[in-house]
Design a protein around this ligand. Structure first.
Ligand SMILES: C[S@@+](CC[C@H](N)C(=O)[O-])C[C@H]1O[C@@H](n2cnc3c(N)ncnc32)[C@H](O)[C@@H]1O
Length: 268
């Protein structure tokens, strides 16, 4: 059955489990960014500000700059963080931030969108002060795990999603494995790699997993299937949805995805 026609599953006793949630990836990003006194911090591809909000919470004195090309997202960010400096800018172009002006640059789930992510890393090195740090994160969309009964169907659905990601506006390129490639990308550029972390988001209930990722997975895969692309038919994409609800009903449902985070610095 198409996802839009599915009833929301009723709250289950397992909903209570999700209150004991591990930290979010934004929390880990903010911890990596905030390593001491207040800083000049810029978020490249800040979106509506989920990472900057966490940084502001941990370091209220830091001066925050949000860079993104999406005006609507920046508008939402400005409401959440009225003191942040907003820079509407296409990251495919050289940054308008002054050379050596930043203590920390953070960027999450954005490098994948760029045709030349290495060029942006060159720009990051330019705008960081010597010794300044970069915290780069990316979900690896080829790491999604979902518990359903038909393993072959699940693999084909998730591979279709990974290989044919949703083309968002302003997205010049896609590589679902950007997460696992971040460290190599940094090693080949002007920054010096310091640490590599993995963060796995685990969501044990279907409604939340749908809101977080799986509704997007179904929509993208079904659209591909309707065009005869990918590894499933439209009927199989919908059958996979039925499997999600069945797994939720039997208590077997589990979702996870892994992001990789690297820290690096500009050599002095
Ligand atoms: C997947 S969202 C991630 C947003 C945010 N960093 C987060 O973690 O939720 C990717 C962001 O990169 C921005 N973006 C993509 N390509 C861009 C470009 N060429 N220039 C500036 N921003 C870009 C999008 O507008 C979007 O806000």
């Amino acid at each position: 059955m198409p996802l839009e026609q599915q009833q929301q599953p009723p709250p289950s006793p397992r909903d209570a489990e999700s209150t004991a949630r591990p930290r979010s990836v934004q929390d880990l990003l903010a911890e990596l960014v905030v390593d001491g006194p207040a800083r000049q911090v810029a978020d490249l591809g800040a979106g509506s500000g989920p990472t900057l909000v966490e940084i502001a919470r941990r370091s209220p004195g830091s001066r925050l700059t949000a860079v993104d090309v999406d005006e609507a997202a920046l508008g939402r960010l400005a409401l959440r963080l009225p003191t942040a400096r907003i820079v509407r800018h296409d990251l495919a172009e050289p940054l308008t931030l002054a050379e050596g002006s930043l203590d920390v640059v953070v960027s999450h789930n954005t490098l994948e969108c760029l045709a030349d992510p290495a060029a942006l890393l060159g720009e990051v090195a330019r705008v960081l002060r010597p010794g300044g740090r970069a915290v780069l994160g990316h979900t690896d969309f080829d790491t999604i795990v979902v518990t359903t009964s038909d393993r072959d169907l699940a693999r084909r659905v998730l591979r279709t999603y990974a290989e044919l990601p949703v083309p968002y506006p302003h997205m010049a390129a896609t590589d679902p494995q950007t997460g696992r490639r971040l460290a190599g990308l940094v090693r080949r550029g002007p920054l010096r790699l310091d640490t590599v972390h993995a963060h796995t988001t685990v969501i044990p209930t279907l409604p939340e997993a749908l809101a977080h990722r799986l509704r997007e997975v179904h929509t993208a895969v079904r659209r591909c299937a309707a065009r005869g692309r990918g590894e499933v038919t439209p009927a199989e994409a919908d059958a996979w949805c039925d499997e999600l609800y069945a797994a939720e009903a039997t208590g077997d449902f589990l979702f996870s995805e892994t992001a990789f985070l690297v820290t690096a610095h500009r050599p002095a």
